[in-house]
Design a protein. Structure first.
Length: 527
């Protein structure tokens, strides 16, 4: 009995000591000076690098058409030029060998200027290991300076004016491309007065709104990012206009056995009325999605304009929302009001639909007038792919389902393939899709998550027919139109899809609680 008591006391004491040690280790975020646009923290950077270097995804991507095209873009060339300039400043190449040697356990990087590639990187790296790095061994070629009683080292490449600065203190290795960032970090590490990122509103509000911290955490200073011309030009989503309502964002990424999960929270600068009361309608309408659907998206309480736009583009005039695909990657856009065509299965599923004000005719105006008289609780878009009996051609059956607050007038909105039943109106572009959704109306409903927005895309199911469809489109065009490089959709984009071949589905469930918009994104893995 005495032995059991002694063991129990020892275990309890050990747990207490461990908890105290963890509490006494300051968070890396407290060492970053103010002014960061983007902050990324990894629980164990060494593990992430190890897993990436050993992954099939890395091997597939580096040999893909997507990487081949990317390596010839202006952005890649500019990054390569910057790498050369930093090599001259640092006195050694900033390649993966250097990255691996500088990767410690808990690590973080703050981006302070996207165009100039100005950043501060801090990692927990034991001093004994730090002095063995190639960077430390070049310190004699650097100027030695001091901040808050701590030495740091600086080199400047005069032609390019690039700066390389680093320091090693208290089990931390610091690397920066601006001298003031190193000096500011050392001042904060010494617990001396200085403006810190952790005290800025975007950071404190975002981290307070976040849930449990993931293996990777990303904190976004969205207003500052949106003021950056490089972000507005190269941000692939092209949705900066819709991001202007947010003051900050945080995303936590968790790698789990069969999936990768991202818990994201966007914070509104001006809170709106919560939409939680309308979220149950999304759970109801998603239950009508056919089992073999490749893509669906559902919205709570859509506006008349959003509903009319979706029905018009998908059912009344599908060509209005699409165009002949280009074989060249899109360049930087001079404006940011659109996020691109959403007509095919490559549609992004994590954005609200944007209303296209062009190409409207009388049929659209009539549709809009009819919908103006109806209150909508939810809206659903369904789309899939199907190979025709000839085994050659691929089509994309689609449908829009509208859930009204009251029963539909069966004659209010009718198309060739439509059905009004109670509060549900189905508008399809073919009979098979109409029948598949109709069967779901009477089937035993499967419990679905309530949400203000919900969507799922089945990559492994849709990649092969998508690739076949895009090849047919590409081959129908003249050699002059396709150019010399890989064709954009059937080769470039398809190769990126093959690189992500382990991702069975991607799904998002979003809520709107007024002040914040929490979102859960899940990437299901096949193995």
């Amino acid at each position: 009995m005495k032995l059991k008591i002694a063991i129990g006391t020892f275990v309890a004491l050990g747990a207490w000591l461990l908890a105290q040690a963890l509490q006494s280790t300051p968070a890396l975020s407290g060492y970053f000076p103010s002014g960061s646009l983007l902050y990324v923290e990894a629980r164990d950077f060494t593990v992430l690098l190890r897993d990436w270097n050993a992954s099939a995804e890395k091997r597939l991507w580096l040999s893909s058409d997507n990487y081949s095209v990317f390596s010839r873009t202006r952005l890649f060339t500019r990054l390569a030029d910057a790498q050369t300039e930093y090599a001259a400043a640092a006195g050694l190449p900033p390649d993966m060998s250097l990255v691996n040697s500088l990767a410690g356990a808990e690590s973080a990087v703050g981006i302070y200027d996207i165009g100039k590639l100005e950043f501060l990187y801090i990692t927990r790296l034991a001093s004994a290991r730090a002095i063995e790095t190639a960077l430390w061994k070049t310190r004699t070629s650097y100027e030695s300076r001091n901040a808050a009683g701590q030495a740091y080292y600086v080199r400047v490449d005069r032609p390019s004016k690039r700066v390389a600065a680093f320091a090693s203190v208290n089990g931390l290795l610091l690397l920066a491309t601006r001298e003031d960032l190193i000096a500011g970090a050392l001042t904060l590490i010494a617990n001396q007065p200085a403006r810190a990122m952790k005290d800025e509103a975007f950071f404190t509000q975002a981290t307070k709104a976040a849930k449990a911290q993931g293996e990777i955490r990303i904190v976004m200073n969205l207003p500052a990012l949106l003021e950056t011309p490089h972000f507005r030009s190269y941000w692939i989503q092209r949705n900066t206009a819709s991001l202007k309502q947010y003051s900050a964002g945080v995303a936590d990424i968790f790698r789990e056995a069969t999936q990768i999960r991202e818990e994201r929270v966007l914070l509104r600068a001006q809170p709106t009325t919560p939409a939680t009361a309308a979220e149950s309608a999304v759970a109801q309408i998603v239950a009508y999605v056919p089992n073999a659907t490749g893509l669906y998206r559902a919205w709570a309480a859509p506006t008349t304009a959003e509903a009319a736009d979706l029905v018009y583009r998908k059912i009344y005039s599908p060509a209005a929302g699409s165009a002949t695909p280009s074989e060249r990657a899109p360049g930087a856009a001079p404006t940011d009001d659109k996020s691109g065509s959403e007509a095919d299965l490559e549609t992004r599923i994590d954005q609200q639909p944007l209303v296209d004000l062009e190409d409207r005719n009388q049929s659209y105006n009539d549709l809009r007038a009819k919908l103006d008289r109806i209150k909508l609780d939810a809206m659903l878009e369904v789309q899939s792919s199907r190979t025709l009996p000839d085994g050659v051609f691929v089509v994309n059956p689609r449908a829009v389902v509208l859930l009204a607050a009251a029963d539909w007038d069966i004659n209010a909105i009718r198309t060739e393939f439509s059905l009004a039943r109670g509060r549900v109106l189905i508008l399809a572009d073919n009979k098979a899709m109409l029948d598949a959704i109709t069967q779901k109306l009477t089937a035993q409903p499967v419990q679905q998550a309530a949400a203000s927005y919900s969507a799922t895309f089945r990559l492994t199911q849709e990649l092969a027919p998508y690739t076949k469809l895009m090849r047919l489109i590409d081959h129908s065009q003249s050699p002059e139109a396709t150019g010399a490089g890989p064709q954009f959709f059937s080769q470039n984009v398809a190769s990126l899809g093959r690189t992500m071949g382990r991702m069975e589905t991607a799904s998002i469930v979003a809520h709107d609680i007024g002040a914040t918009v929490p979102q859960t994104i899940v990437y299901k893995l096949t193995r």
